[in-house]
Design a protein around this ligand. Structure first.
Ligand SMILES: Cc1cc2nc3c(=O)[nH]c(=O)nc-3n(C[C@H](O)[C@H](O)[C@H](O)COP(=O)(O)OP(=O)(O)OC[C@H]3O[C@@H](n4cnc5c(N)ncnc54)[C@H](O)[C@@H]3O)c2cc1C
Length: 344
């Protein structure tokens, strides 16, 4: 999916009603929407970001390409393995490696052909996605969900799936005074997320990282370094550093440029080459520290409202996808059963 495919659909979306609306164009939202569309439902996805993929994020700067969120995808579930194999046949998913150290663990790490976001685009190909559309609250009307956007637009949806990280999803419900049973709300609110700074640096020559291009140092401040050129996604030498949760929390409110410089200094022996330019991004909701026991959470059965994302099936891309698929199955079931249900 590219912007030219999106543009005409954005214009045609002006009627502001949707049968199935998905908030979030990360892997969970794309998986849910794709499953709904494949089952013949009309579905619309809205996301506040400029690109699709959420934490499956790829940034380009000239010849340099950085994966600065998820670094690779692993798969254990046979349905997700099947999806990746089909994405490989389509030329979108590529095998990166089977472990990064000298003794590889044999477990396949997938990457996107031109960066991780290409997998998200593939998952969402053919979907109606409205980007740069931030939801400010969600409230209930008698038979639908009212989704208010921060630019004043209002959508009405017969079924709603929210895939934003849980604290953000709960804020949307709270802002719209959607009642939640207290134990259920407590369970969801208890799930906190790690923070993570990602520093993206363009180098003046090759880095000193090992040939596979991924490295997990035993370091207090740095949890991961990747050479995007060795990985196969960047033309120019370009590294991504991830800070540990501990370091990220300690430095969250400090000057971001100084924080990036500090991380680059800590990593200089692994980087080797001179840094030509750099950027820093702070992931406030990087990975959930715990997961909910269900594969998604039904907040209301009629009209259907379901929460999904990596806080349900596991703190990784595979978990997000499985949760998205589970949410789609749940709303399909709920809309089928509608006649026998009496509301939330
Ligand atoms: C630094 C980092 C490294 C990681 N490394 C790996 C890895 O190597 N392998 C792995 O498997 N996983 C990794 N992960 C985790 C993985 O990225 C996530 O588990 C997965 O991408 C989550 O997908 P999701 O769809 O649940 O959420 P997201 O990708 O966060 O998608 C949620 C979407 O909701 C949108 N949204 C939120 N609020 C609103 C709103 N109010 N209005 C409109 N839209 C909204 C957001 O813009 C976002 O696009 C990493 C994550 C980070 C941050």
């Amino acid at each position: 999916m590219n912007r030219s495919q999106l543009a005409p659909k954005m214009n045609s979306a002006k009627k502001r009603t949707a049968d199935f609306l998905v908030i979030g164009a990360g892997m969970a939202g794309m998986a849910a929407a794709a499953a709904l569309q494949q089952s013949g439902r009309q579905v619309l996805v809205v996301d506040k970001g400029r690109g699709v993929g959420g934490r499956m994020a790829t940034r380009r700067e000239g010849d340099a390409t950085f994966d600065h969120g998820a670094q690779f995808v692993t798969a254990r579930d046979s349905r997700f393995v099947g999806w990746l194999e089909r994405a490989r046949s389509a030329g979108v998913a590529v095998e990166w490696c089977r472990g990064f150290d000298s003794q590889t663990d044999g477990h396949l790490r997938w990457r996107g052909l031109t960066g991780m976001s290409s997998l998200a685009k593939h998952m969402g190909s053919g979907l109606d996605v409205i980007q740069q559309a931030q939801v400010s609250l969600v409230r209930r009307s008698s038979d639908s969900w009212i989704v208010c956007m921060s630019d004043g637009e209002v959508w009405s949806a017969k079924s709603l799936i929210i895939t934003a990280p849980l604290p953000q999803a709960l804020m949307l419900l709270e802002a719209g005074e959607v009642p939640l049973e207290s134990e259920f709300k407590q369970q969801l609110s208890a799930i906190d997320y790690e923070r993570c700074f990602a520093v993206m640096a363009v180098l003046d020559g090759p880095s000193r990282l090992p040939p596979l291009g991924g490295f997990t140092p035993a370091h207090e401040a740095i949890s991961w370094i990747a050479d995007n050129q060795l990985k196969g996604v960047s033309v120019a030498p370009a590294v991504t550093l991830h800070a540990t949760h501990f370091f990220s929390v300690q430095h969250w409110d400090r000057d971001r440029e100084e924080t990036a410089k500090r991380l680059l200094l800590e990593a200089k022996d692994w980087i080797g080459a001179q840094v030509k330019s750099f950027r820093i991004h702070g992931w406030r909701f990087s990975r959930p520290m715990a997961t909910h026991p269900e594969s998604c959470a039904v907040v209301c059965s009629d009209p259907p409202l379901v929460l999904a994302g990596d806080a349900f099936c596991g703190p990784r891309v595979e978990g997000a996808v499985l949760s998205g698929w589970a949410a789609a199955e749940a709303v399909i079931q709920l809309t089928r059963d509608k006649s026998s249900l009496g509301g939330c």
